[in-house]
Design a binder for this molecule. Structure first.
Ligand code: AHM
Ligand code: MG
Length: 350
């Protein structure tokens, strides 16, 4: 049983389900329906600011082809990757909105080499990790992209944040979520204790409305999601798992179907709703590609809160203690039985 299922049973009462029409993200947060045990004004305000940033970014993404924000800035980011204009626009939007109400002390972003201080007010109790626009290779070709975020509580008794506020295991997150800019814009959010909930953006009203209440991942799925173009770089055990999942064994539900968008938010979202497995294994001298703080940890927190698992293949993602702000890890997300299978291959048991 996961950490969250224990706690949820003890401390969270399901929301009143008598009427679900017209419940906005703001209402859901303000009425405490996310199940945060001590929902403070600061916390709800911070989550609402994230919702506002998501609206602003979605309006930029939706008009990207018209507003001269496609293409490259000519810069490279701290990861050595080419920065797209829309990456930069999303990053600036998030920093500016999170800086407004003084609840967010600092941000670590994929687009910034260093932590950015937003407030030194002692009342700024939280810090935020964010990948402002994930799936960069899909921006220019009109394929789904997303924003990933996580919220941590800042250490008490000091003015301003420092990197130690971020170098904590993912199980310390107090909220995590993502925004998927897909056929519609969807914001999925969890505080861990109260389950995982999705809100679809209605652009005609300008609000996110509750559309996916209490998402639970199936115990096992029927698709796998991995970049098979990298198979020559994988550990041998991953290659054996990959061959196994494609074997023709109808009675065991194999072969699984292959689905890979190349945007983590899109691939993880499909996996969360339909079950199955997403894997970005170690393929660079033991490292993966995805970043622990703002890609792996938020999704690990979401998947566990929805009854799924998140692993490096050998260790629980949420237990990893980060050594640096932009550290990369292998990331395996999915239905509990599917992640178990993967781990068994990695341990050499199959
Ligand atoms: P990005 O943060 O630069 O966009 O890179 C992260 C993306 C993820 O969205 C996706 O899962 C992965 O990179 C795809 O990588 P690859 O092209 O190697 O399959
Ligand atoms: Mg990214």
């Amino acid at each position: 049983m996961s950490l969250f299922s224990d706690q949820r049973n003890l401390s969270w009462n399901p929301p009143d389900t008598s009427s679900r029409i017209g419940i906005t993200l703001e209402t859901y947060i303000l009425e405490g329906m996310l199940g945060f045990p001590a929902a403070t004004g600061a916390f709800t305000s911070l989550l609402n600011q994230i919702g506002l940033a998501a609206k602003l970014v979605t309006s930029k993404v939706r008009r990207a082809g018209l507003a001269n924000v496609l293409g490259y800035t000519g810069q490279t980011n701290v990861q050595g990757e080419i920065v797209q204009k829309l990456d930069e626009v999303a990053n600036e939007t998030l920093l500016s909105v999170l800086g407004r109400r003084g609840h967010c002390a600092a941000v670590v972003s994929e687009e910034l080499g260093e932590m950015r201080i937003l407030s030194t007010d002692p009342r700024a109790k939280y810090v935020v990790v964010v990948d402002p626009l994930d799936g960069s290779s899909n921006i220019d070709v009109n394929i789904s992209i997303g924003t990933i975020f996580g919220v941590l509580r800042k250490g008490d008794g000091k003015l301003g944040a420092d990197p130690s506020d971020f170098l904590r295991p993912g199980r310390d997150l107090v909220a995590a979520g993502y925004v998927l800019y897909g056929s519609s814009t969807l914001l999925v959010l969890t505080t861990g204790l109260g389950g995982v909930h999705g809100f679809t953006y209605d652009p005609t009203v300008g609000e996110f409305f509750l559309s996916h209440e209490n998402i639970r991942i199936p115990e096992r799925g029927a698709t796998f999601s991995i970049n098979e173009g990298h198979s020559a770089r994988w550990p041998e055990a991953v290659r054996r798992w990959n061959a196994w999942i494609k074997e023709e064994r109808k009675e065991e539900g194999r072969p699984y179907g292959a689905r890979y968008v190349g945007s983590l938010v899109a691939d993880a979202h499909r996996t969360l709703l339909k079950g199955g497995i997403f894997a970005y294994p170690a393929d660079r001298g033991g490292q993966g590609k995805l970043r622990l703080l703002y890609e792996a940890n938020p999704f690990a927190f979401l998947f566990e809160a929805a009854g799924g698992k998140a692993s490096t293949g050998s260790d629980r993602i949420l237990d990893l203690v980060p050594k640096s702000l932009h550290e990369r890890v292998p990331l395996i997300l999915g239905s509990p039985r599917d992640v178990d299978d993967f781990e068994q291959f990695l341990r050499g048991e199959r």
